[in-house]
Design a protein around this ligand. Structure first.
Ligand code: ADP
Ligand code: MG
Length: 682
């Protein structure tokens, strides 16, 4: 019986544009056992023939048929092992592990593989001291013998050996040949050499090649021994690769640490950005509500007139009493009062003798507990008995005023044309020294210098001041408050609106409710609402900008991972070729590299989750000190969108998917590079 039939085998290479036949129409029948030597000068095609028979290279035409399967070589089901001139051992593992590895890959357990290996070691009288050494410390002869024992552990029917003695001295060459000769009793050993003496000494048959052709084929001895080889056991799960993953990880420990640090930094950055972009709006909103909403606004009515042209005229009017009735019953916490802006804001603030135009006027319903947030006071004290010239200022205004005297002076003149050139005129004159009773803390980076007046007191001045001349016109005595409230909307004394105060400052949410409740016609405007809206669009713009950075940070960490996996794979291309050659599945080889990346990813994920959680506190404190906004960053690690642990889970899954993709893609792309390229010794 023959083991292998080689039929009309031709191999053609294109060498600098020319087709060269390296093997020309080779026909061979190879026996079940014995040491068959392929002899020939360098370049005669020996290695090419061996590689094609062994299935790590393809022929251009022709076939290799195995007796067991009668199928093409690549799919042959029986065990075959390679022995290379340059050994191709896993250099960082022990000799014993190298010998065991093919058995482990096939699913035998560690104990069985170990006893098998030790038996082989005894059988071929390998020096016991060599066995537990790491391969890279062994001599060439020792390595070659380890490679042979490794090839024998699976009990193969075919051993392919390419110049196994090529790099050895005479003693070692003899030792090696003895082992191979011994092994060939039970199986076919196909051996390539250019050493005629060695071939003649050991070979059962010598096939001589010259320029890709068989020029001689001599059989010296036919092995008669019965060949019995165990069938391959079914593969079981076996964790042989853990040892290799562990070694690879340690081998690249420095680079792995750098990758972990790099990924951790970018993931921390991602977490913090995410915590900012999901929470900043909330944080700023909260702060602005706290600091700005003094519960004051103006309420007015918009009146649209359609004209013939495409322009719509919008007139602002003061809402009538009855129009506010249902609002007043629904929102009793609001107070609607006359608007004195036209008169009051015509005044000027004097600091010493200088007029100041920087400080703005603002109003609070009154300074009592309910309508003023006492928590904001940083200095001073508010009495229940305040007159209109007792004021509250914010820190910016206080810094401008410092310890100077301040006066507020407003004078107003209202003229009404009586007849052609006669007018009735009335005056409102006030000059009063202002007393700062309290300084309040406002969100620094958004506030302007402001003084707050007590509006109830101001209302009282206007109520108490009688009109002297204009009263005559209407025939009854009225005060300025009445005069303003009754003024025609087109009169210049009115601001066409009413002041609206939230009397109970603890019900801030009512401002939003009122806003929603109001019809299209009635409008509520409010400083803090305007600021809130501006802030909302600002933070939106900022977070959109930050989301771009978030993506960049993610891409950055992904790239770190990609470069890492790719270079790990590149480093170990040879090792993975060796493993494939020893019988490891592609998925197992890919698994070794992905596991290494996954360890990096997992550690980076773990560190970044912990660090960002720890870091957010000091960063928030720093931001609070700089911007006056507490808790600007709030990473939703515990729960996000109502789902517990969603964010870390998402980060982990994305990282894992990316790690798997980046690790497997280069491996699958590079699979096209044949084993031969990695393993043959050109
Ligand atoms: P041997 O093992 O007998 O020394 P090889 O089988 O390695 O010879 O090579 C036979 C011929 O094929 C040589 O001339 C070599 O240059 C050529 N050859 C081998 N591999 C390639 C390749 N990948 N591309 C082109 N030529 C090759
Ligand atoms: Mg060769």
């Amino acid at each position: 019986m023959s083991l292998i039939q080689v039929l009309n085998l031709t191999k053609t290479y294109k060498i600098s544009g020319k087709k060269v036949d390296v093997l020309k129409d080779i026909n061979l029948t190879l026996p079940e056992s014995g040491l068959v030597v392929i002899l020939g000068k360098s370049g005669s095609g020996k290695s090419t023939l061996l590689n094609i028979v062994g299935g790590i290279d393809n022929s251009t035409s022709g076939a290799v048929i195995f007796s067991s399967m009668k199928k093409h070589s690549k799919n042959s089901n029986f065990e075959k092992s390679f022995i290379f001139q340059h050994y191709h051992l896993l250099e960082n593992q022990t000799a014993l592990y190298n010998i065991m590895l093919p058995a482990l890959i096939r699913g035998y357990d560690k104990k069985f593989a170990e006893t098998q290996s030790k038996e082989l070691i005894k059988l071929f009288s390998l020096d016991e001291s060599v066995v537990n050494k790491v391969v890279r410390f062994l001599s060439g002869g020792e390595k070659e013998r380890i490679a042979i024992l490794r090839s024998l552990i699976t009990n193969p029917r075919l051993i392919l050996a390419d110049e196994p003695t090529g790099a050895l001295d005479k003693d070692n060459a003899i030792k090696t040949m003895n082992i191979l000769k011994n092994a060939s009793k039970k199986r076919l050993v196909l051996l390539v050499t250019h050493n005629r003496d060695l071939a003649k000494q050991y070979a059962d048959r010598i096939i001589t090649l010259l320029d890709g052709k068989i020029i001689d084929d001599q059989t010296y001895k036919n092995n008669k021994e019965e060949v019995y080889i165990d069938s391959i056991q079914k593969r079981r799960k076996n964790h042989w690769s853990i040892n290799i993953i562990n070694h690879n990880f340690k081998k690249r420990i420095k680079r792995n640490i750098v990758s972990i640090i790099g990924m951790t930094i970018s993931l921390v950055f991602c977490y913090l950005l995410f915590g900012f972009s999901t929470h900043s709006n909330d944080a700023i909103n909260k702060v602005s509500t706290k600091h700005f909403d003094y519960g004051t606004g103006t309420i007015s009515k918009e009146f649209r007139t359609e004209s013939d042209s495409s322009i719509t005229l919008v007139k602002t009017l003061r809402p009538e009493e009855n129009e506010l009735d249902d609002i007043k019953t629904k929102f009793p916490m609001f107070e609607f009062m006359a608007n004195y802006d036209a008169i009051f804001n015509s005044g000027e603030l004097y600091i010493g003798n200088e007029v100041n135009k920087e400080i703005r006027n603002s109003f609070i319903y009154d300074f009592t507990d309910k309508s003023f947030d006492k928590n904001l006071i940083v200095s001073g004290a508010i009495n229940n008995e305040c007159s209109w010239n007792d004021i509250v200022v914010n820190e910016k205004a206080f810094n401008i005023i410092q310890n100077n005297d301040i006066h507020y002076k407003f004078s107003y003149e209202n003229k009404i044309e009586q007849t052609n050139s006669s007018f009735i005129v009335d005056y409102f004159d006030v000059e009063e020294k202002l007393n700062i009773v309290a300084v309040v803390d406002e969100l620094d980076f958004l506030s302007v210098p402001k003084i707050y007046f007590n509006y109830q007191e101001i209302d009282e001045i206007f109520e108490n001041k009688e009109l002297e001349n204009l009263s005559d016109k209407s025939g009854k005595e009225i005060n300025w408050k009445q005069y303003i409230m009754e003024a025609n909307s087109y009169d210049d004394i009115t601001s066409y609106s009413l002041r609206c105060f939230l009397v109970d400052i603890s019900k801030k949410e009512k401002v939003d409710e009122l806003l929603k409740y109001l019809s299209n016609e009635i409008k509520l405007t409010n400083d803090s609402l305007t600021i809130k809206e501006a802030l909302a669009s600002l933070t939106l713009a900022a977070t959109v900008g930050l989301d771009v950075f978030l993506i960049i940070a993610l891409v950055g960490s992904v790239l770190i991972l990609g470069v890492f996996s790719f270079s790990a794979y590149n480093d170990d291309k040879k090792e993975s070729s060796i493993l494939s050659c020893l019988g490891a599945k592609d998925s197992e080889v890919v698994g070794i590299f992905t596991s290494e990346s996954l360890i990096v990813v997992f550690l980076a994920f773990l560190f970044s989750t912990v660090f960002s959680w720890i870091l957010q506190k000091p960063i928030n404190l720093l931001l609070d000190a700089l911007l006056d906004v507490p808790n600007l960053i709030d990473i939703p690690i515990k729960s996000f969108l109502g789902i517990k642990g969603l964010l870390p889970l998402a980060v982990l899954s994305i990282s894992i998917i990316v790690a798997l993709a980046f690790t497997s893609i280069p491996i699958f792309i590079n699979k096209k590079i044949s084993l031969k390229k990695e393993l043959t010794d050109l």
